[in-house]
Structure formats: C-alpha cells, structure tokens
Ligand binder design. Structure first.
Ligand SMILES: Cc1cc2nc3c(=O)[nH]c(=O)nc-3n(C[C@H](O)[C@H](O)[C@H](O)COP(=O)(O)OP(=O)(O)OC[C@H]3O[C@@H](n4cnc5c(N)ncnc54)[C@H](O)[C@@H]3O)c2cc1C
Length: 441
C-alpha cells in the first residue's frame, strides 16, 4: 500500500478520523463521487489495526436482527452482503461460505427461532437461504449437537475484514484520497463553517482545517463528539472479546459456525460461539470482559484504571448498571471465561457436549467492543450525531463490519441531504466503482 506520510496541505474539504472499516468505506465511496480533497487520519501505522481486524470475521445474514428496532443495521447488513461478495470475487479475497447454525439451548429460546424466521424474510433473505429445525431435525442433522431446535443460515460467510479494509483503502488511494497514519487526533472544534482538528504526528503538534468532518474513531469517537458538546447523555463502556483456539486434537468435522440464541438481550454479553475462520481454523469465543479502554488487550486489567473509567462523566448511566446485580454477576462470569479456557469450554458444551477442555489450545486475538450506555441502559443501535459541519458515528458494533459499505453510503447521503457538503463538488461521472450495484435510496 502506498501512503503519503507528508502532510504538506493543512486544509481539506473532508477529513475522516479513523481508518477502520467504516472510515475507509466512507473514504472510498466519497472518492468515487466527490471532487474535493479528502483526508483520512489514523493513529496507528496502518488501516484496520483495531476492531476491524479483531473480530469474529463473519458476514452476518440479518435473520437475527429486529427490522423494527434495528432497521438501519438490518438494511446495511442485507445490502452489504452482495457488495463484499463482489469485492471478494473481483480481487480473490478469502470467502468461506460456512453458514451459521444458531441453536436454542432452552425451550424458551425456541420462541426466538420463530422470530428469526419472520425477520429473515422481512430483512430480504430468500426462503432457500435458511431453514428452521426442531430438536429431532437437529439431532438427525448432526447427532453431536444438543438443543431444542435451531436456525441454519446457509449464506453466512467467514472472511478477513482486515483484508477487506486494506483492499478498499488501496482502491481509495488510487482515486486520490490522502491517508496519514500515525496521526492521533487530540482535539476538534467547530468554528462557523470550518472544523479545526488538532493532533500529533511524529511528536509534532499539527492543526488541520476541514469543511466537513466524519468522526468514525471507534472507541474514541464519543470522546471526540463530547468535545463539540454532542452526545452528552452517553457514556461508553469497553468489553474485550477473547477467543480460544481449537487445537489439532479437535478432529470432529464441524460444518458450520455454531452459535446459541443469546440469553441476556439487554446486555452486550453474547454466549460464546464456535467459529470456522476464513482459513478453516476453528476458535471458540468471544466473551465480553469489562476493560478500562478501547486498546486494553493485555490479560490483566488494573482495578484502578477500571474505576477511573467508571468515574468519567457522565457517571450516572454507569452507576445505574453497576448497581444491577444481574449485570455484576455477568461481568464476573465473563471475566472467568477470559482467564479459564475450561470455563469457556463449559459454555460451549451446552450445545456441543463432545468438546473437551483438552481440545482447546492457546488464546486467539482479542477485540474490543465499545458499547454506549445512557440512563436506560445499553443502547442497541448505532448512534449518528450531527454537529454544525460534522457527523459522528457512535456505538458502531456488530454486525458493523458486515454492514459497513451500505452504512457508509447512508451516512454520506445524510451529510449531503442535510446540506453539509458542497454539491458543486460532486463528480459529473460519479459511480460507486467496485460497488456499482450499491443503491443509496
Ligand atoms: C469481539 C468482536 C467480534 C465482532 N465480530 C463481528 C463479526 O463477526 N461480523 C461483523 O460484521 N462485525 C463484528 N464485530 C463488529 C465490527 O468489528 C465493528 O462494528 C467494526 O469493526 C467497527 O469499525 P469502525 O471502523 O467503526 O471501528 P475501528 O475498527 O475501531 O476503527 C476506528 C479507527 O479509528 C482510529 N482512531 C481512534 N481514535 C483516533 C484518534 N484520536 N486519532 C486518529 N485515529 C483514531 C483507530 O485507531 C481505529 O483504526 C465484532 C466486534 C467485536 C469487538
């Protein structure tokens, strides 16, 4: 990848903070449709160093997304599936069409399967893309699995979202956008029709101005939005998802990703899955261990830094949560799964009883989920906040990597329809390049 490390100009039409999968998709789509000067700023030395590479790697089909409560996520995932497939085909990127089997491990969970069947159809999946199984069907399908029923989503695929992001960044660079790695944005403010961005590059303080800003800084986007007085009612909590690899002793041929119906829907605690990665290797995870920040990948977390996080303003939404015994008991259990592979294996044995502790190898790569909370608890959907000349994307969580191209198009449309971007700078022959099939209606 060729990048321009020299920051000669200091004034841009559009600045994007964050070269995660969302920032890079926004940059690429803008580069195809907009004449102006576009700059992507990234604190790391390459794109997709954080959550956009450190995830489960599943292109999620939207059978499990409530189309009323999470319309934007559902639509973005559905539209983007075809866009990622197109990219993978065109550039020979890995696409492992493993499918996902989501299992009801209690009688109560069977009701969720009925909802999934309706949602799959409402969200645009074709009837031959999924199948509902009762307990007998499940046993006949694979007698090593335990459950009251399941949904098989046949078109879920395992990919490397890191690879996807880097490929899109290459295409955007070819279109002339500028990318400055190792640039940490410290402060932003808006002043009439200009956004001021202050940051540090190679130890030097630098000031940049832009007509328009997209803040897609993942775990730091709320902190930056707060600097403009936006999204004040929200606080952010960080949850680390750890994975354990399955060693060579695990010889059972599993055909699909195995998930169980999530038990605690109010909280971001998924029950762990068994996943088949894009290269065919297998892992179990992720759990959701409460940590002190968006880059807290180390095994040990100091109580002091966690307490500091809790006391960051606004404090009330977090206090409300930590006084909830159900939340605290889940936090404890999730921590156990980070430290003990036996604990993680016990959770997976609910639907795969033949998994033994000895099948597990070492730790896989961990990823951090940045979850917004307000006075009503965890916020379910992504949050889009508008400043005078800026858009801020907060709480952009799973299936965020799956939905990124269509979500990026939506955000750009929102920016231009609100009069934020200078329409004179639209490219006369604009199209969506490798994503020619993308509709932004
Ligand atoms: C454990 C886990 C598993 C997941 N599994 C899946 C899955 O299977 N399928 C799926 O679709 N989604 C999944 N997701 C969700 C998905 O990974 C995220 O929604 C997506 O990667 C978010 O992308 P992003 O670009 O918003 O954030 P990020 O990837 O975090 O990018 C933000 C970027 O901003 C940069 N940045 C931050 N602050 C600054 C600053 N001050 N200055 C400059 N740069 C800055 C960061 O370095 C980073 O590169 C998972 C998430 C987790 C945590």
């Amino acid at each position: 990848m060729s990048v321009g490390f020299q920051l000669i100009e200091k004034k841009f039409d559009v600045v994007i903070i964050g070269a995660g999968i969302l920032g890079v998709c926004i940059g690429y789509l803008l580069s195809r449709t907009f004449e102006g000067k576009i700059l992507v700023l990234e604190r790391e030395s390459a794109p997709a160093v954080h959550t956009s590479s450190r995830n489960t790697g599943v292109i999620h089909r939207p059978f499990y997304i409530d189309p009323d409560k999470k319309k934007l996520s559902a639509e973005s995932a559905q539209k983007s599936y075809f866009l990622w497939l197109e990219l993978a085909r065109k550039f020979g990127l890995p696409w492992n069409p493993v499918g996902t089997l989501e299992i009801a491990t209690t009688e109560e969970d069977v009701k969720a399967l009925d909802r999934y069947e309706k949602w799959a159809t409402s969200n645009g999946m074709k009837p031959d893309e999924f199948a509902i199984m009762d307990d007998l069907d499940l046993r006949n399908y694979d007698d090593r699995l335990n459950g009251y029923g399941a949904i098989l989503s046949k078109t879920d695929a395992s990919v490397s979202f890191g690879n996807f992001t880097r490929k899109i960044m290459d295409l955007a660079l070819e279109e002339g956008i500028q990318f400055i790695p190792d640039f940490t944005v410290k402060r932003i403010d808006e002043d009439g029709s200009t956004v001021n961005i202050a940051g540090v590059l190679g130890g030097e303080s630098i000031q940049i101005t832009a007509d328009f800003l997209f803040n897609v800084a993942g775990g730091e986007s709320l902190r930056l939005a707060h600097q403009l007085g936006l999204a004040r009612k929200y606080a952010v909590l960080h949850f680390r998802g750890d994975y354990w690899t399955l060693g060579d002793s695990f010889k059972i041929a599993i055909r699909h990703n195995l998930y169980s119906v999530p038990r605690h829907k109010k909280f971001p605690f998924l029950d762990p899955h068994l996943i088949i990665r894009h290269d065919g290797s297998m892992e179990i995870g992720p759990n959701a261990a409460l940590v002190s920040g968006p880059y807290a990948y180390g095994k040990h977390v100091s109580g002091l830094s966690l307490a500091g996080k809790i006391f960051e303003r606004p404090v009330y939404p977090k206090f409300k949560l930590i006084s909830n015994p159900e939340f605290i008991s889940l936090v404890r259990s999730e921590w156990k799964s980070s430290h003990s592979k036996e604990h993680m294996a016990t959770r997976v044995r609910q639907f795969l009883p033949s998994l033994e502790d000895t099948h597990l190898g070492g730790r896989g790569i961990s990823g951090i989920r940045n979850s917004l909370v307000d006075n009503n608890g965890f916020v379910a959907e992504a949050v889009i906040e508008k400043g005078q000349n800026s858009i801020h994307i907060l709480n952009y969580n799973s299936p965020g990597a799956t939905g990124a191209p269509a979500f990026a198009a939506y955000v750009i449309k929102l920016a231009s329809s609100s009069g934020f971007m200078n329409l004179d700078k639209r490219k006369a022959d604009s199209d969506h390049g490798v994503w020619a099939g993308l509709s932004v209606d």
